[in-house]
Design a protein around this ligand. Structure first.
Ligand code: TMP
Ligand code: MG
Length: 320
C-alpha cells in the first residue's frame, strides 16, 4: 500500500516525470518561425496524451473557408464558398457587385480585433441574411454548381490530400463545420477527390424546388459567431463522434473555437488557428486563444505533422 510508505512518492514521481519526458511529442515543424504558441510544453503534453490514447479516441473538427481552403494564392484572394457563387453562370453582374460590397463592409467587422463577438453577432446575421436573400432572388440552378466550382479559383491548402487521406486511413471522423454554403463546400472537396466516407459536414445548405431552382436555405443560419449553438444542437448528436474524447480543432476565426462545445466528456482539446490577415493587430489575441497559431502559413504542414504524431501508435500496431 503506497499510503503507508511516503518515501516512495519521490521515486514514483521521478519515474513518471522521466516517462512523460520520454513520451513527449517531438514535432520539429513546431519550431518553424511561423508557429506561435503560448505554452509549447502544454502543447507537447497534450499531443503526447492524445498519442497515447490513439486514433480510436480522436476526432477532428475543422472550419472550411480560409482554414481548409487557402486564404490567398499568388497574391490573389482565394474565393470562399459564398464567393464561388458569384460566378456569372449563377448570378447576374448587379447581384455579384452587391455581394462584393457587403463583403467589403462586413468582413473588416468580422476580423476586427477591437470588437467583441457579442458586438459582431447581430452584424454577422445582417450580412449572411442579406447575401442569402440576394442569392435566392437569383434563382440559382443546382445543376450549374459543379461547373461554377470547376471554373472558380477555389483551392485547398497545400498538403490537404495527406490530411484527408490520413484521417480516412486511420478511421478518424472529420467534422467540417462551416458558415459557408454546404452544397458548394461538398463540390469543392468532391472535385479534389477527398470527400471520403469519414467526412461529415455541418453548414448552410441550399433548398432547391423540384425543378432544381434555389428557393431558400435549410435550417438555422450558421454564421461565424454562432457555431456554439450548432455544436450543441447538431454536432453533439452525431453518433460517429461519440466515444472520441480527444479533439483536434482547426479554425481561422475566434468564433471557430466554439466548434467543440458539443463534445461531451472531452479529455484533450488542441486548437490550431490560422492567422491569415491583420497579423499585427490580432497576433496577441490569437496566441491567447488558440494553442497553436500559424501565421501566414498557406499549408497543412503543421496540422499534418501533429496528426501524424497523434496517430503514430496506430501505425506501430498496423506494422506489428
Ligand atoms: P467558414 O465558417 O467556413 O469559415 O465560412 C465563413 C466565412 O465566409 C467567413 O469568414 C466569411 C465568409 N463569407 C464570405 O466570404 N462571403 C459572404 O458573402 C459571407 C456571408 C461570408
Ligand atoms: Mg473560416
Amino acid at each position: 500500500m503506497v499510503y503507508h510508505i511516503p518515501w516512495i512518492y519521490t521515486p514514483v514521481r521521478s519515474v513518471l516525470a522521466i516517462w512523460h519526458q520520454l513520451t513527449k511529442a517531438e514535432i520539429p515543424e513546431l519550431a518553424k518561425c511561423s508557429v506561435l504558441m503560448r505554452d509549447r510544453s502544454r502543447v507537447e503534453d497534450t499531443i503526447g496524451a492524445m498519442q497515447r490514447a490513439g486514433a480510436g479516441r480522436l476526432q477532428v473538427i475543422s472550419d472550411f473557408d480560409m482554414t481548409l481552403t487557402r486564404f490567398a494564392h499568388n497574391g490573389k484572394r482565394v474565393p470562399t464558398t459564398h464567393n464561388i457563387l458569384g460566378h456569372r453562370l449563377l448570378i447576374d453582374e448587379d447581384c455579384s457587385k452587391k455581394i462584393r460590397e457587403l463583403l467589403n463592409t462586413y468582413y473588416p467587422i468580422e476580423i476586427d480585433a477591437g470588437r467583441t463577438a457579442e458586438d459582431k453577432l447581430p452584424l454577422m446575421v445582417e450580412w449572411w441574411t442579406q447575401v442569402h436573400e440576394l442569392l435566392i432572388q437569383q434563382r440559382i440552378r443546382k445543376d450549374l454548381l459543379a461547373q461554377a466550382v470547376k471554373e472558380s479559383s477555389a483551392m485547398l491548402r497545400e498538403g490537404y490530400k495527406v490530411f484527408f487521406d490520413r484521417l480516412t486511413e486511420q478511421q478518424v471522423p472529420l467534422l467540417i463545420f462551416s458558415a459557408g454554403v454546404g452544397d458548394v463546400l461538398e463540390e469543392v472537396i468532391r472535385q479534389n477527390n477527398v470527400f471520403h466516407p469519414n467526412v461529415h459536414i455541418i453548414s448552410n445548405y441550399m433548398d432547391f424546388d423540384q425543378t432544381g431552382v434555389l428557393r431558400a436555405f435549410k435550417g438555422q443560419l450558421i454564421h461565424t459567431f454562432n457555431k456554439r449553438e450548432g455544436a450543441l444542437s447538431h454536432a453533439s448528436g452525431l453518433r460517429v463522434l461519440q466515444g472520441r474524447p480527444n479533439v483536434l480543432l482547426l479554425g481561422d476565426s475566434l468564433g471557430d473555437l466554439t466548434m467543440a462545445d458539443g463534445v461531451s466528456e472531452h479529455q484533450n482539446i488542441l486548437t490550431i488557428g490560422f492567422l491569415n490577415d491583420q497579423m499585427d493587430e490580432r497576433k496577441e489575441l490569437y496566441v491567447k486563444s488558440f494553442d497553436v497559431v500559424l501565421v501566414k502559413d498557406e499549408t497543412m504542414e503543421v496540422p499534418n505533422a501533429i496528426l501524424k504524431c497523434i496517430t503514430s501508435s496506430t501505425d506501430n500496431q498496423l506494422d506489428a
